[in-house]
Design a protein around this ligand. Structure first.
Ligand SMILES: [Zn+2]
Ligand SMILES: [Zn+2]
Length: 189
């Protein structure tokens, strides 16, 4: 799969962001600017100036737009959504090696507002997934009571559940049973 480490990191931020939505987990996990600031710190998002309620509203809007990419039926629709998000963000790709990181590309414009920053970075990560022909890895959790999203980076694309505590346990139980079965299938001696 032609997905770089940087893209994987962005996809991880994307999934965490989308799963803060009430659509995903039933309650708003980014209810105020303080929660948004904590998210920025936790995910080590660089070049973010002070945040305002306008930033929070922009991130909420972006979150719904990006979530749609996980539910569209065709690559054309996904491409259209991704293009719209990235175009609105006004990206200016540039090489940087800030904070002892290796050289990598920032897609957001210098000191862009957080909504535009995330739209550029997360939109481009989705663009790379589509370009690699891997759109089917963008999944919604199959647990009946869960609407979280995840990106299935497993080799055989077999992941069905998100990694929330409840669904993650289901996943581990299923993997444990599968291992038991294959262990039993190996003849002793
Ligand atoms: Zn960076
Ligand atoms: Zn789940």
């Amino acid at each position: 799969m032609l997905i770089t480490h940087d893209t994987e990191c962005s996809l991880s931020v994307l999934v965490e962001l989308l799963n803060t939505s009430p659509d995903a987990c039933g309650s708003e996990q980014l209810p105020d600017v303080a929660a948004l600031s904590a998210f920025v710190v936790r995910r080590d998002i660089s070049e973010v100036d002070s945040l305002s309620p306008a930033d929070l509203a922009a991130v909420h809007r972006l979150r719904s737009q990006l979530r749609e990419v996980f539910s569209v039926g065709s690559t054309e629709e996904a491409a259209e959504l991704v293009n719209a998000v990235v175009a609105a963000a006004g990206t200016t790709p540039r090489l940087t090696n800030h904070d002892q990181h290796d050289w990598h590309i920032h897609y957001f414009a210098p000191h862009a507002a957080l909504g535009d920053h995330l739209a550029a970075e997360l939109g481009m990560a989705l663009a790379f997934i589509v370009m690699a022909g891997e759109r089917e890895r963008l999944r919604r959790c199959e647990a009946p009571d869960c609407a979280r999203v995840f990106v299935d980076l497993s080799r055989n694309r077999s992941r069905r559940y998100c990694d929330s505590r409840t669904c993650g346990n289901r996943l581990h139980v299923a993997a444990y049973r599968a291992r038991q079965r294959s262990a039993e299938a190996v003849p002793a001696g």
